[in-house]
Design a protein around this ligand. Structure first.
Ligand code: CDP
Length: 211
């Protein structure tokens, strides 16, 4: 595999799934990975783990370099459970406090450099997989075998994320889409799927048809 994630002679496909909060990324990517028999990486959980650690260290999530230092030294393991320096943070990283802080952490270019590097290594070690996030098709794995951009109506996304609240969700979307470092956007060559009113199975079948 090349440094950019192209599979050369490998057997597992590299699939990039991007989209805003509540677009169905996690559900679709989990089902897709199961159907393909490959692993899935939730890159949002990595940014959330850094945000969680920054809050615990008493750092301003927008502080920049101190948060990047912390990201470089934090051991993050993302699987069915998520650990940060060995501590199980699976539930803690979904808290409203972390959701409020994570977009500022993710807007820090040096944090992204560190996490993008780890995400590429994750794929290289496995020879493929389903990777979900905001910049996977555009920055992390621009040569993925398949790039999918999921969307859903603002109403449906707010409904799926009712515990976060429509206003907080809209604020996070705005920061994620307008930041200078790797903003959320439809990657070149990505297939756009509107998941509004569609079942997970329907979406997964459509995506599988593109591989
Ligand atoms: O699950 P949800 O879509 O609500 O968010 P997430 O995937 O857990 O990502 C949380 C936050 O991490 C996003 O709002 C982005 O600020 C950031 N993120 C990012 O910048 N780049 C990624 N590849 C993944 C997440």
């Amino acid at each position: 595999m090349s440094g950019n994630g192209r599979v050369s002679g490998g057997h597992s496909p590299v699939v990039a799934i991007d989209g805003p909060a509540g677009s169905g990324k996690s559900t679709v990517s989990r089902a897709l990975a199961a159907r393909l028999g490959v692993e899935r990486l939730d890159t949002g959980a990595m940014y959330r783990a850094v945000a969680w650690a920054a809050l615990r260290a008493g750092l301003d999530p927008a502080a920049g370099e101190p948060v990047a230092d912390l990201a470089r030294s934090l051991a993050i393991d993302v699987g069915e459970r998520v650990t940060a320096d060995g501590e199980d943070v699976t539930e803690a990283i979904r808290s409203p406090e972390v959701s409020r802080a994570v977009s500022a952490v993710a807007a820090t270019a040096e944090v992204r450099t560190e996490l993008v590097d780890r995400q590429r290594r994750w794929v290289a070690e496995r020879g493929g997989g389903v990777v979900e996030g905001r910049d996977i098709g555009s920055v992390v794995l621009p040569h993925a075998d398949l790039k999918v951009y999921l969307t859903a109506s603002p109403e449906e996304r707010a409904r799926r994320r009712h515990e976060e609240g429509a206003a907080a969700l809209a604020r996070r979307d705005a920061i994620d889409s307008t930041r200078a470092a790797s903003p959320l956007e439809v990657a070149d060559g990505a297939r756009v799927v509107d998941t509004t009113g569609r079942t997970v199975d329907e979406v997964v079948e459509e995506v599988l048809g593109w591989l």
